[in-house]
Write a protein that binds this ligand. Structure first.
Ligand code: F3S
Length: 376
């Protein structure tokens, strides 16, 4: 089926609104055609990845600076974290050359209208409503928005989310439609889960098993923070853009699961995940907040005592000042705007203790996965 365009959209494709807009529409239309979308639909927000200078380098910086002289974001646009705390980078020992380049990346994005917070948890800044259409990159945020909130976004790449932010539309396919959100496999959980990192380990194991299928979890009890941890790891070890949890997530009751393939995850398999992600190595420092901490998590951690240098990553302006003060008093190092996985900071340590299977997966041999309670 051909992708239907309105007269206005055709004129944009012909260049009526400038070259940048024309290119964005071209990209979105081609993407839609490749995936059988019948039309473009408006989105309420975009979330961009590819924000760290460490990931995009000089070509990415040049591209964004050129684009910013011409383009503006049409919808609310948030940014993934980058490689440093943009206010405290000097104090944290970030190399000046890197910092200057990182700041130029952010300046270009803000010139186009991006929000000033940099976080992989944009849903804490403004929670999308059920069935709201979004164009979000960052797989953990995609999984949370679709699964926990019932909003609708495909798992966008850096470029398609950027194009959608400028165009204000996205092709209507995949997760934007009911049929793209159906469970494809049942995961029966018999494992005992006692720590947030156990949920992360479960997500990691399930992601390896289901690949890109949408899992339907049975036998799982969890709060939103645990679901966040589970989804982030699920989307890191596999490519599922969402999950359902029986009697818990908004669309679980609409799922037909009788004839689906079933797998089981038990406690032994959760232990195996801990062993495969770092084994028993001893960390030199700890990194918590992958994905960034919720208010509640930050509050709970702020009263504990870190045993070694411990970084807490959290969205700027999310956590009340008195909690941040308490955390600093307890000797935690608070990082805003930062993903430690793409930060030069993480390279200072031979081994980082993490409670997130996603962080452990991306940091590779430099990380060891442990229970949060054993790290602080
Ligand atoms: Fe966020 Fe970085 Fe983890 S973007 S989900 S802290 S890998």
């Amino acid at each position: 089926m051909a992708l239907y365009l309105t007269k206005r959209e055709e004129r944009i494709l012909d260049g009526e609104q400038g070259e940048a807009m024309q290119k964005c529409y071209r990209l979105l239309v081609r993407l839609g055609e490749a995936f059988g979308a019948e039309r473009l639909i408006p989105i309420s927000s975009a979330h961009l990845s590819g924000v760290s200078y460490q990931s995009i380098g000089e070509p990415g910086l040049q591209f964004l600076e050129d684009l910013s002289s011409e383009a503006k974001f049409r919808v609310k646009t948030t940014l993934n974290p980058c490689g440093m705390d943009v206010r405290r980078w000097r104090k944290l020992g970030i190399d000046e050359r890197f910092a200057r380049k990182q700041l130029r990346v952010l300046r270009a994005l803000r010139k186009m209208g991006a929000a000033t917070s940099l976080t992989c948890t944009p849903y804490y800044l403004r929670e999308p409503r059920r069935q709201e259409h979004l164009s979000w990159a960052e797989s953990s945020a995609v999984c949370y928005a679709n699964s926990v909130l019932g909003a609708r976004t495909n798992r966008e790449g850096a470029l398609s989310a950027l194009a959608a932010a400028i165009a204000g539309v996205t092709p209507n396919f995949g997760l934007h439609k009911d049929e793209g959100r159906r469970a494809g496999v049942v995961v029966k959980v018999t494992a005992e889960l006692n720590s947030i990192s156990d949920y992360s380990a479960l997500g990691y194991k399930a992601g390896k098993e289901v690949g890109g299928e949408i899992p339907f979890f049975k036998g799982l009890r969890a709060g939103r923070d645990e679901l966040k941890a589970l989804g982030a790891a699920l989307a890191a070890s596999g490519s599922a853009p969402m999950f359902h949890v029986e009697a818990l997530t908004p669309e679980a009751r609409n799922q037909e699961i009788k004839d689906l393939e079933k797998i089981e995850v038990d406690s032994r398999e959760i232990r195996n995940v801990y062993e495969s992600l770092g084994g028993g190595g001893e960390p030199e420092a700890v990194f918590l907040g992958c994905p960034h901490l919720s208010r509640e998590e930050a509050r709970n951690l702020s009263t504990r005592k870190p045993r070694m240098e411990t970084f807490l990553c959290v969205a700027r302006n999310l956590v009340p000042a008195h909690i941040l003060r308490l955390a600093r008093k307890s000797k935690f190092i608070l990082l805003h705007d930062t993903c430690l996985v793409v930060s030069p900071l993480s390279q200072k340590y031979k081994k980082l203790g993490v409670d997130s299977a996603k962080a452990a997966y991306y940091l590779g041999e430099r990380a060891v996965l442990k229970r949060r309670e054993d790290l602080v």
